[in-house]
Design a protein around this ligand. Structure first.
Ligand SMILES: [Zn+2]
Ligand SMILES: [Zn+2]
Length: 106
C-alpha cells in the first residue's frame, strides 16, 4: 500500500497555523481537557477532515491540539499501525527490577 503525504502538510501556511493552534491551546490536548485531563498535545487535528472540508484547512475553529492517543481514536483507520508500536513499548516497559528490595538483616 502506497502512502502519500498530502503536500498541504508541508506548506508554510499550515506550519504557521499549526504552531498558532498549539500556542492557543497551550500545548494541551483538547479532547483530554474536556475530560478534565491534562495531556501534552503534539499534533493539530482537523475536526472536519481535510479531504472533506479543504476550505476549512486553516480555519482555527476547525483545528484543535490533540495527543497521540486521542488522535488515534479520531482516525481509527490508522490505529492498527500505531497499536503495534505501542505493544513494543509495553513489552520493553515490563522488565521490572526486583533486586535491591531485600529486607535488612539485624
Ligand atoms: Zn488526548
Ligand atoms: Zn487528525
Amino acid at each position: 500500500m502506497k502512502k502519500r503525504v498530502n503536500p498541504f502538510y508541508k506548506s508554510t501556511a499550515w506550519k504557521k497555523c499549526r504552531a498558532a493552534i498549539l500556542t492557543r491551546d497551550h500545548y494541551l490536548c483538547q479532547p483530554c481537557l474536556r475530560k478534565k485531563k491534562l495531556t501534552t498535545a503534539n499534533t493539530v487535528h482537523h475536526i472536519k477532515p481535510l479531504a472533506k472540508a479543504p476550505d476549512l484547512a486553516l480555519d482555527e475553529d476547525n483545528l484543535e491540539s490533540i495527543c497521540p492517543t486521542c488522535h488515534n481514536q479520531e482516525h481509527p483507520e490508522r490505529a492498527n499501525r500505531k497499536k503495534d508500536e505501542t505493544k513494543k513499548e509495553k513489552r520493553r516497559a515490563r522488565v521490572i527490577k526486583i533486586e535491591g528490595n531485600k529486607p535488612m538483616d539485624e
